[in-house]
Design a protein around this ligand. Structure first.
Ligand code: AMP
Length: 142
């Protein structure tokens, strides 16, 4: 994977508003926040998408995420937030280094926070059975 802006932030070559760092994880404020406290949590391992991340790096992110959420809640007084994790340009990923957004939500207005166009379909039971089997089979061999 070639260097991204996040690799350079982790190395300290580009300044950031760092909120947390350990051996595997670096977290800092998003430069274009959707709301106050919008934070990016980045594994130091240079993977592009979540599916390419090692179990060890994923575990390190998972271990610290709830703690970071609690800290952001305490610092911003938000009681609600979204975790967003984009993979692939089609899915709105702009920086090609795995990262998790923590995005506080303060109210129902469109003024700040994450807004989703959520249009649920209906799962066909037969297709659901077949698809669940295919995913489970893929898991068994991965
Ligand atoms: P994504 O669309 O999931 O790839 O999100 C990338 C995020 O990185 C955006 O929310 C940007 O505002 C943020 N970002 C890009 N450059 C920087 C930077 N130098 N410091 C902090 N956040 C950044």
């Amino acid at each position: 994977m070639s260097d991204t802006i996040f690799t350079r932030i982790i190395r300290g070559e580009i300044p950031s508003h760092k909120v947390y760092e350990d051996e595997h994880v670096f977290a800092f404020l998003d430069i274009g926040p959707l709301s106050k406290g919008h934070t990016l949590v980045v594994p130091k391992e240079p993977a592009v998408q979540l599916d390419q991340l090692s179990d060890a790096a994923a575990a390190a992110v998972g271990r610290v995420l709830p703690r970071l959420c609690r800290a952001i809640m305490q610092a911003t007084h938000c009681t609600a937030y979204n975790i967003l994790q984009n993979n692939g340009a089609l899915a709105h990923q702009a920086v090609m280094h795995v990262h998790f957004h923590i995005i506080p939500r303060f109210d129902q207005t469109m003024e700040s926070g994450l807004h989703l166009a959520w249009k649920p379909g209906k799962l066909d039971p037969r297709q659901g059975t077949e698809l669940a089997h295919r995913i489970a089979a893929a898991l068994a061999t991965s």
